[in-house]
Design a protein around this ligand. Structure first.
Ligand code: PXL
Length: 291
């Protein structure tokens, strides 16, 4: 029986040809951080769904075949990381896959990709929301953006929230199972140039906040980049606030590398220009402990 010489991450995401999202982001980020990514693709798209039209091949049936083959091969994973799912039926498949393969001390990260800016993405329906509400119960770490957090809690989306309201949302989500909950894309009240990430670590019973400059451009896939860095950082043994700092800093570097060009924002951030930064120690620390 061989053991993994580098940690293996089972990555359950779609493969979108154009626009940097999902596997085209997850693989380079986690590879650069020293992990082997084993994709379990959920769908193949010509581009992500924020383009006006796209082709879409649902891989639900193929996923079951892939998992069966992995069982025969006795593949051992160190972590499971799920993102955009191609159909609500896939939740059941992913749930069984994690139950069958998960070993003690494995990390399960669920990025509940559902929507942004108060709306669900094209192709995501209410049934997917209900299924995603079940999948997050299996996770150690979840990383909804503010819109997704409200959908997971069955609450109306709002953008003006106090620290106490955010702490309550984090706590309610952690009660469903995950020991770490991270909510991204939280507007800073009265400061349109800043954005915050809030997090709760149930084991330490601590709430964290990281605030960083918000450059006014919407780049798809930054959520996938963020969660990939969080996953790699936690797998390296970093604490939650250090993982948050790393991920926020990397996203900011990516946005800065892109923002100065006249460039189609639908393509996402120029990841290739900043990928090497993942090797470097964090430059500045900006996390805060929330009282
Ligand atoms: O980044 C999230 C995401 C992942 N996969 C697909 C998407 C999106 C967001 O639009 O369309 C296919």
């Amino acid at each position: 029986m061989y053991t993994n010489k580098v940690k293996k991450v089972a990555a359950v995401h779609d493969l979108s040809g154009v626009g940097r999202v999902s596997l085209t982001v997850v693989i380079p980020v986690l590879s650069s951080m020293g992990f082997q990514v084993c994709p379990l693709p959920t769908a193949i798209l010509s581009s992500h769904t924020q383009y006006p039209h796209f082709s879409f091949l649902d891989l639900t049936d193929e996923m079951e075949r892939i998992v069966e083959e992995w069982k025969l091969l006795d593949v051992v994973f160190d972590a499971f990381y799920t993102g955009y799912l191609g159909s609500s039926r896939q939740v059941q498949i992913v749930d069984c896959f994690i139950q069958d393969f998960k070993k003690e001390n494995n990390l399960v990260v669920v990025d509940p990709v559902l929507g942004d800016n108060g709306k669900l993405y094209t192709n995501i329906d209410e049934k997917m929301v209900v299924e995603m509400q079940k999948l997050i119960c299996r996770a150690d770490v979840i990383t909804p953006n503010l819109t997704e957090a409200f959908y997971l809690l069955n609450e109306d989306c709002k953008t003006v929230l106090t620290d106490d309201e955010l702490k309550s949302n984090l706590f309610q989500l952690s009660e469903k199972g995950p020991s770490m909950v991270i909510i991204t894309s939280v507007p800073v009240i009265g400061n349109p140039h800043m954005t915050s990430v809030y997090a709760y670590d149930k084991i330490c019973d601590r709430y964290w906040k990281v605030t960083c400059p918000y450059l006014p451009a919407h780049y798809p896939g930054t959520g996938d980049t963020f969660t990939s860095v969080i996953t790699g950082s936690l797998l390296q043994g970093d604490s939650l606030p250090i993982a948050l700092d790393r991920a926020v800093q990397f996203i900011l570097q990516g946005i800065r590398a892109t923002f100065g060009y006249k460039y189609d924002p639908r393509e996402g951030i120029l990841l290739e220009k900043v990928l090497h930064n993942l090797d470097m120690p964090i430059q500045t620390s900006s996390y805060e402990l929330l009282a």
